[in-house]
Design a protein around this ligand. Sequence first.
Ligand SMILES: *Cc1c(COP(=O)(O)O)cnc(C)c1O
Length: 373
Amino acid sequence: MTAPRIDVDLEKIQLNAQCLVNRLRPRGIGVTGVTKGVCGYPEIANAMLQGGVVGLADTRIANVEQMRRAGITCPISMLRTPMLSQIDRITKHCDASYNTEIAVITSLAEAARRRNKVHGIILMVEMGDMRDGIAPGDLDTIAREVIKMPGVALKGIGANYACLNGTVPDDKTMAGFSMLANDIEGACGPFIETVSGGNSVNLPWAMSSQKPGRINDLRLGEAILLGVDPISGQQIGGLYRDAFTLIAEVIETKSKPEPPTAPIVETASLRLRILPDCCDKKRSILAIGHQDIDISGLVFPPGVAPVGATSDHLVVETNDHRLQVGSEVSFQLNYSALMRSMSAPGIEKIMRHSGASPIPDLAKRNRSELALV
Ligand SMILES: *Cc1c(COP(=O)(O)O)cnc(C)c1O
């Protein structure tokens, strides 16, 4: 089989989605599957849908178009506030979008009217992450304008946490956000259908809180795809961590003398050298590099340590002789490495159904806990 490649286990993605959907349902929270981490690959989007997510969301219109071309008809939202230059494509392919700018909403409304459609508007509220969002104090005014505009319908409000800075949502923050839905309804009238509380970072709150309030949606990417809590990096109980495996091929293995002088620049990857300084070490080169992958986001297998990388070479050190030329090395990935490798044209994507079953001890576990293990 060709290398480098990324092996995608669709069954595990479906099971992860299903597990999260089942655990959030009793709290009245539905799951929107976020596909931006995997470039909107339709097979992966379908695995999420089979796992029970109610809709999909992506930050890039090209990914949405790819899913539509593959015949996916479920509701898809645009997660990033639309570019004015892409408004027509967005009203064509997305049912709704997350918005913060009235100029953009006005343009969406015009484009939707031209298509005889009504485009859903979810207003993104600034709740402390300081990335995108409308200040809570300005929400009423903007909501009123949206309600008056033909071509768009105010569908909901959204919050986002811990993307730009590390604001982690707690009960108090989420109760504050929940109240905003009531406030808008009180001030402007219409029922706020979607109250989207955030992303994978919200899971510890969602699983432990006794009071989800008005929050009835979470937009989950990383937790479904990688089975981890983004803040701690810890595995979420009941979820597979290894739905994705990156495989690279060895093209050279030799004993190399230590460099005659100390390296001039101590790069982050050099500092990662972790093998004991004792035995007969070998250096190997894998045919993959910065051009394909975020090397710092790879989890190396035991006994293989990174030395450094260039655009097309990844140099590793081992203290045995396993890495024959032509053999393969497998890695797990973090979200950033996953994103980069899924969008790299030089990496083959192999989609398969492994026949994996739900993680067994889940049934015994209290469904309401997050159980990070
Ligand atoms: C990426 C993104 C998400 C999904 O985040 P995960 O941490 O992958 O769950 C949700 N909302 C917005 C606005 C995003 O950009």
